[in-house]
Write a protein that binds this ligand. Structure first.
Ligand code: FPP
Length: 250
């Protein structure tokens, strides 16, 4: 499987609330068990040799949830950062965060900043937590940053292209997204990695996130390995790169 292992996997961890509700439990219990899935999937990804794993842990829109749920999610994040610190440091994992991090409470932001800083030199796997994150917001921020460089005379207007815009995104340090998984059976992107998912394989899995463990990830990776990625080319071109068939969209 190693030759067709994705370099970068992104996951929309959906279904925590429904998992809890069908069990007559508070939604927060779904998030708590979901945090166990985060631990298992991160460990398995590192063991498999993925270069990058990006998890959608809290969206820009999630701030509008009931205050009690937001507070519980923030506490789970803090507990995760404190409890997993040794695991991340011992396994050469580089922690990276994308999103409006300034909006996080200090009890999350401080351990997050510390762990991102202390693991910045690690080369094992980059674990990116998307926190207070929205794909549109991220693109708007990157556009503003490039516009400011144009205004300052540092960048010509036609210097804004696919490479500079992609590089201005906080995911610019990561390999291209190869595989995007969403759990819970919902089939939406929900403002996650909009730019980055341009050529990603999409996988919608009918398992709630608290139940999603490494065996489910392995199944996704097997399916990924069986797919043909064409990047706008034809199957014939992929089979014979010397062929002169015109590329088509798709
Ligand atoms: C979506 O499920 C999930 C979230 C909004 C939060 C995800 C958080 C965790 C998995 C736990 C903490 C994270 C880390 C990194 C330790 P939902 O609540 O929208 O589910 P529903 O659609 O069934 O209501």
């Amino acid at each position: 499987m190693s030759t067709s292992l994705p370099r970068h996997v992104g996951i929309i961890m959906d279904g925590n609330g429904r998992w809890a509700q069908v069990r007559g439990l508070p939604r927060i219990e779904g998030h708590r068990v979901g945090a166990e899935s985060v631990r298992d999937i991160t460990r398995a990804s590192r063991q498999l040799g993925l270069e990058a794993l990006t998890l959608y842990a809290f969206s820009s829109q999630n701030w509008a949830r009931p205050a009690e749920e937001v507070k519980a999610l923030m506490e789970l994040l803090r507990d995760y950062l404190v409890d997993e610190r040794a695991e991340i440091m011992d396994n050469q994992i580089r922690l990276h965060a994308i999103g409006d991090i300034e909006r996080l409470p200090a009890f999350v932001k401080d351990p997050l900043d510390a762990l991102c800083r202390d693991s910045a030199h690690h080369r094992g796997m980059t674990l990116t937590l998307a926190l207070s994150y929205g794909g549109r917001e991220s693109l708007a921020r990157a556009a503003r940053a490039l516009a400011a460089r144009v205004q300052a005379g540092e960048l010509p207007l036609d210097g804004i292209d696919v490479d500079t815009l992609g590089g201005a995104l906080p995911t610019g340090i990561l390999p291209s997204l190869d595989l995007l998984i969403r759990t819970s059976g919902e089939q939406r992107i929900s403002n996650f990695l909009l730019w980055e998912s341009a050529y990603a394989e999409l996988m919608f899995v009918d398992v709630m996130w608290p139940d999603f463990r490494r065996t489910d990830l392995f199944k996704c990776l097997e399916q990924y390995a069986a797919r043909e990625r064409r990047f706008g080319l034809t199957s014939a071109q992929l089979a014979d790169p010397e062929s002169d068939v015109e590329p088509t969209a798709g």
